[in-house]
Design a protein around this ligand. Structure first.
Ligand code: ZN
Ligand code: ZN
Length: 358
């Protein structure tokens, strides 16, 4: 089988023949049918996070079960599955407290060797997935079986990006009907926040992004207003649309501390500021202390949209099947595994919304 291997920080991936290691008792071999390329893949490939090389990137995807270890109970051979960026074992302290996005298996699956490379070394799989491959071995906790007629390239996006955005609106912030919302950063995840706000019944949804194509796409999936931060001050624009108060819910979906401060400023007193974007590892967030106290705003971080995958994957699939969640418009490019480096370049240049491999 072939996989795209990251050998060195900042270098192109090498698509080559690799061999899978033997299955552990709770491991599952999955034929990868489609995989999205996420910003986190690019950050890790560029060496911005402390993940040892070599590894196979890719952490949102779907496929079909080919083989199961002897103790696997969650999935069966031939079943269609979604692979999740974060596993959920269902039994650890976190999982039984409704916090399966923090499942204790998280760091364990990241560290497992999953491939034997041509030079004799072994490679890990990003987030325990490694979807930039033809076939991957994952822990059963990273898989959720799904029965749906959704196309592979749409379904794959639920593995990370769409779930992160949708979950930030529905699970973390819990946007309410009639609410006002502002979203800073409208790539695939930001547009999924916009969709989550629309599904929750928000009356005012302001999409803020310097890229024209992303503003237009946000209008198509539910934004009521768009702001180009290169042309208009985003905080003033949000206040002008909310009688000077600010929005009930603001979201930062870029991962830049200065934009997190903006998100805090554009929320109304007592509003909720949800931080979704992945910031650089060495950055800190500095808020004006008096405002942070006296405005009574709730600042909350959202990891994988607080998704409880066993509950939320079927729920989000149902939203897509009902026509409430638009996955198709998020797929802007389709490429083959051999062209993976072109797909990564497109993401670096912010071309399109989501590139899907497969
Ligand atoms: Zn991701
Ligand atoms: Zn768990």
């Amino acid at each position: 089988m072939r996989a795209a291997v990251a050998y060195e920080a900042g270098q192109p991936l090498v698509v080559e023949e690799v061999s899978a290691l033997p299955l552990g008792p709770r491991d599952v071999r999955v034929e990868v049918r489609a995989s999205g390329i996420c910003h986190t893949d690019v950050s890790v490939i560029d060496g911005l996070m402390s993940i040892p090389f070599p590894f196979v990137p890719g952490h949102e995807g779907c496929g079909v079960v080919e083989e199961v270890g002897r103790e696997v109970r969650r999935v069966r051979v031939g079943e269609r599955v979604l692979v999740a960026v974060a596993p959920a074992c269902g039994t650890c302290w976190w999982c039984v407290h409704g916090l399966s996005n923090h499942c204790e298996l998280n760091s364990q699956v990241m560290a497992l060797p999953r491939w034997q490379l041509g030079d004799g070394r072994s490679a890990t799989a990003l987030c325990g997935c490694g979807t930039f491959s033809e076939s991957m071995v994952v822990h059963e906790a990273s898989l959720v079986p799904v029965e749906t007629g959704l196309a592979d390239e749409e379904l794959a996006l639920l593995g990370c990006g769409v779930t992160t955005g949708l979950g930030a609106a529905l699970n973390t912030a819990r946007v309410t009907p009639g609410a006002s919302v502002a979203v800073i950063g409208c790539g695939g995840v930001g547009q999924s926040v916009v969709q989550g706000a629309r599904i929750a019944g928000a009356a005012l949804i302001i999409a803020i992004d310097p890229v024209e194509g992303r503003r237009q796409a946000s209008l198509k999936v539910g934004a009521t207003h768009v702001v180009d931060p290169a042309v208009a001050d985003p905080i003033e624009s949000v206040r002008a649309l909310t009688h000077g108060r600010g929005v009930d819910y603001s979201f930062e979906v870029v991962g830049r501390p200065e934009l997190m401060v903006q998100a805090h400023e554009m929320a109304r007193a007592g509003g909720t500021v949800t931080l979704v974007g992945m910031p650089p590892g060495d950055s800190t967030l500095a808020l004006p202390a008096v405002q942070a106290v006296f405005s009574g705003k709730h600042v909350v971080g959202s990891v994988v949209g607080d998704a409880q995958i066993l509950r939320d994957f079927p729920r989000f699939v149902a939203l897509a099947e009902a026509g409430l969640l638009d996955l198709g418009s998020l797929v802007s490019n389709r490429i083959k595994l051999d062209d993976i480096n072109d797909g990564i370049e497109m993401l670096r240049k912010a071309e399109g919304v989501r590139t899907v491999v497969g």
